[in-house]
Design a protein around this ligand. Structure first.
Ligand code: THU
Length: 158
């Protein structure tokens, strides 16, 4: 028997001003998108902003449903809309952020497992990595170079 250690590497920034201007814009747009979320059940408003290869930014948010599993996470709302409307565009980066409750305080939200798998599909489809921008619990910015980094032992590698 051997033990295997799988590691991922993340970029960590203490301050948003260290990001590139477009990455700062993505986070700003993701924050804005939380205000249009429909989250009457969890009251956890999530926003996603996606940068396409023509520099267009598409935003979306979580859309909940009384039958809980029927809702959609922000990341999935965004990428499925892009898949439906811009199938030939490549996704360069996705920023995701949450705003719990009715205030204006934001916190990080690492994408849920289903969102990771859904985003991986688009990364594989375009054959180019998608950068994922998120915050940790200390409000530092974490960036993965690809969605695949977030899914060790990913389904499509077997
Ligand atoms: N949510 C997202 O939008 N993205 C995630 O990656 C995690 C969770 C949403 C789903 C639900 O509407 C609310 O956050 C609480 O789980």
């Amino acid at each position: 028997m051997q033990k295997l250690n799988l590691t991922i590497s993340l970029e960590k920034y203490d301050n948003e001003t260290e990001l590139t201007p477009i990455e700062q814009t993505l986070l700003k747009e993701a924050r804005k998108a939380t205000y249009k979320s429909y989250a009457p059940y969890s009251k956890f408003h999530v926003g996603a902003a996606v940068l396409l290869d023509d520099d267009q930014i598409i935003t979306a948010n979580n859309q909940e449903n009384a039958a809980f599993p029927s809702g959609s996470c922000a990341e999935q709302s965004a990428i499925f809309w892009i898949g439906a409307n811009h199938p030939d565009r490549k996704i360069k980066a996705i920023a995701v952020i949450a705003r719990p409750g009715s205030g204006d305080d934001f916190r990080g939200v690492p994408p849920c497992g289903a969102c990771r798998q859904a985003m991986l599909e688009y990364e594989n489809r375009q054959n180019e990595p998608i950068r994922l921008i998120m915050l940790n619990s200390d409000n530092q910015i974490l960036i993965t170079e690809s969605i695949g980094d977030l899914l060790p032992l990913k389904f499509n590698e077997f």
